[in-house]
Design a protein around this ligand. Structure first.
Ligand SMILES: [Fe+2]
Length: 302
């Protein structure tokens, strides 16, 4: 599924065959956003210009997965167009865009994670912490067998982080993505929420994932980034900050109705987490501060 973003400074290799972490060093102010789901009928982002206040002033913006709907034919074209606009917006305000893969865009980006602050901060979409990627999905039962088979091969290997993310990428392809034709009206959205909540085992699975994800994140980081103190993720769309063992897990939520997005900023050894709200002009701006962490090493990727 080739993507071409004119004059993009973002490393891109089309349908990537492997994952790597050769991200150029980052300095200055780094911000993290996730789960924009550009092109999806349920995203709150109608025009990428709405994101300008969250991008302006940053030297680097990390889009931490599910940036656009690579896997949904019904949403792909619009998502791809919006992605080009997002890239242009970042360039116009002098911000370097770094895109990481998510389960909705597993093949478009070269990178699946970055290490910041001399390894204290690990940033990745978060789908890799879940063996079945989206265990709440309608077809989770059917895809489990395929993913079990992939894991069997993996467990016989050396299990490096690169191999783990390649396994995750393959597992994404074992899953299918739901394409609700969601209208913009509140009634249409309410109907879709109701449909999403049926059968009741689905919301229960979502809640179980939300409850378990800080521990799942801790276990993943203990395996692959044992020295990290922070894990910035998205994926479950449930925003929050949790302490699990010695790890701070920060979830930046999603740009969907009911579930708010958050933004993380790292600058001068200080990390802040803010809720995102819409102003009267419809732009997304920083809202209430949800967390602050000080004394981090310099903001550079390793
Ligand atoms: Fe997502």
């Amino acid at each position: 599924m080739p993507i071409s973003i004119e004059e993009s400074r973002v490393p891109f290799r089309g349908a990537c065959k492997s994952v790597s972490n050769a991200v150029a060093p980052m300095t200055g102010t780094v911000r993290v956003l996730s789960d924009l789901h550009l092109g999806h009928s349920g995203t709150m982002i109608e025009d990428v210009e709405q994101l300008a206040p969250l991008i302006e002033g940053a030297d680097t913006v990390i889009f931490n997965g599910d940036t656009f709907e690579e896997r949904c034919p019904a949403f792909y074209e619009k998502g791809h167009d919006m992605l080009g606009e997002l890239d242009a917006l970042c360039r116009s305000v002098g911000a370097e865009a770094v895109y990481l893969s998510g389960n909705h865009d597993p093949d478009s980006w070269e990178h699946s994670w970055v290490d910041l602050c001399q390894g204290d901060v690990f940033v990745s979409h978060g789908h890799a912490i879940l063996k079945y990627i989206s265990p709440w999905s309608r077809n989770a039962g059917k895809t489990a067998q395929t993913i079990d088979g992939l894991w069997q091969e993996f467990e016989d290997s050396e299990q490096t982080i690169e191999q783990r993310f390649e396994l995750t990428r393959k597992s994404c392809h074992a899953t299918t993505v739901y394409q609700p034709q969601l209208g913009r009206s509140l009634i249409s959205k309410a109907l879709t929420v109701a449909e999403e909540a049926w059968p009741p085992s689905r919301p229960l699975s979502v809640i179980r994932t939300w409850i378990n994800s800080p521990e799942d994140a801790r276990d993943f980081v203990a395996e692959y980034r044992p020295h990290a103190k922070f894990f910035i993720m998205g994926h479950t769309h449930f925003p929050g900050i949790w302490k699990s063992g010695g790890l701070n897990v920060i979830n930046t939520g999603a740009f969907f109705l009911l579930l708010n997005a958050r933004t993380v900023e790292i600058a001068d050894g200080r990390m802040t987490v803010h809720a995102i709200k819409r102003n009267r002009s419809g732009e997304f701006v920083r809202g209430v501060q949800k967390g602050v962490f000080s004394n981090l090493p310099l903001t550079t990727s390793e």
